[in-house]
Design a protein around this ligand. Structure first.
Ligand code: HEM
Length: 321
């Protein structure tokens, strides 16, 4: 099915709703991953990423609002988007119900009227096991060795929290909460600057399976569920922005801000159908957190530069014949 994208601003009164509780993800699963080779998220060249691009991309419609940023897609008409759901761990063939498949990823590309693009890359854990690229490399290198990983967790609270926080398998990619983790600076038309972190939340609320129930499902149950869900109607998600309070640190995505920070509603994402060619077949398709437009600027988080470089290397390798 295919519908024209639609987009409409929320009422002003809706733009700063009360904070809501983030979903509680669950137990970690490791998974060897090499940032240069494809890294975190299971989208390495020739691996699960290709499959994800083929089966889990959507060309949806975005309906949104908000006045926190002068970015064109926050202030104009409906903006088409392309989204990709994914699993953690760069392990081709890993079943969707495997513990190492969490956290789940959701990347969104806004296809702007002037031909430009801007991306959001989010995952289903409100944090990250590392605050710096060096610490993330250390984490990745420790994954194959349980004793080394445990020693790292004992020394690094962010690793401990990532491993110990439950990350239950979702009932659907569309029933998971996604966190942008990295802060950005949002600049409005008057030049006012505020730090914020994206969240993408299911309109109908989150729903998870028990690990046992997920393990009993078919290996690709999430892709199959998404396909049948879209045949019945659009996936409805809320694009939110958690706003920093004065003094909140903005350089460390491994530390979430307190839940009492306000959540602004930027708009509604409506995903209508699986992407067809040429989007699903684009070998160079990539979602990069520093693909920004006027009105959204990078924060002082050092991960941003490392991610930009790593995602480009990964996408280039994937595009190679
Ligand atoms: C230094 C830190 C990081 C490195 C080196 C890294 C590396 C990578 C690489 C190489 C990819 C594959 C990109 C591609 O092939 O197109 C990727 C994808 C991804 N990463 Fe990271 N990552 C980092 C931090 C993060 C953080 C903090 C998050 C939290 C949201 C995150 C979430 C994701 C997601 C959701 C994807 C899949 C995006 C897609 O579908 O294209 N990563 N990462």
């Amino acid at each position: 099915m295919s519908r024209r994208p639609h987009y409409a601003p929320f009422r002003e009164a809706d733009s700063l709703p009360r904070p809501r509780q983030a979903a509680g993800p669950g137990q970690h699963a490791g998974g060897a991953a090499d940032p240069a080779g494809g890294g975190q998220g299971g989208r390495r060249a020739g691996g699960a990423g290709d499959r994800a691009a083929d089966r889990r991309c959507l060309r949806p419609a975005l309906r949104r609002a908000a006045h926190l940023s002068r970015a064109a897609h926050f202030t104009g008409a409906a903006t088409p988007v392309l989204a990709r759901f994914s699993n953690f761990a760069a392990i081709p063939g890993l079943p969707d119900g495997h513990p190492a498949a969490s956290p789940r990823g959701l990347a969104v590309k806004f296809l702007l009227p002037d031909g430009g693009e801007t991306d959001i890359v989010a995952h289903s854990f409100n944090g990250f096991p590392a605050a710096t690229p060096e610490a993330f490399l250390c984490f990745l290198r420790s994954l194959p060795d349980a004793a080394r990983l445990e020693a790292l967790a004992a020394a690094e609270p962010a690793v401990r929290r990532f491993l110990d926080t439950p990350k239950p398998p979702p009932a659907s990619y569309a029933s998971e909460n996604y966190f942008g983790v990295t802060a950005f600076v949002f600049v409005d038309a008057a030049g006012r600057r505020r730090h914020g972190r994206y969240r993408i939340l299911p309109q109908a609320g989150a729903a998870w399976l028990t690990p046992e129930a997920a393990a009993a499902r078919e290996p690709g149950y999430l892709a199959a569920e998404l396909r049948s869900r879209l045949a019945a109607g659009p996936v409805a998600l809320r694009l939110m922005l958690q706003l920093a309070a004065p003094g909140d640190q903005t350089a460390d995505g491994s530390h979430p801000w307190p839940e009492d920070r306000p959540l602004a509603e930027l708009g509604a994402l409506s995903l209508h159908r699986l992407a067809g060619a040429p989007d699903a077949a684009r070998p160079d398709l990539r979602f990069v957190p520093t693909s920004l437009v006027a009105g959204i600027e990078p924060s002082d988080d050092p991960m941003l530069l490392a991610r930009t470089l790593a995602y480009d290397v990964s996408a280039e390798r994937r595009a190679r014949p």
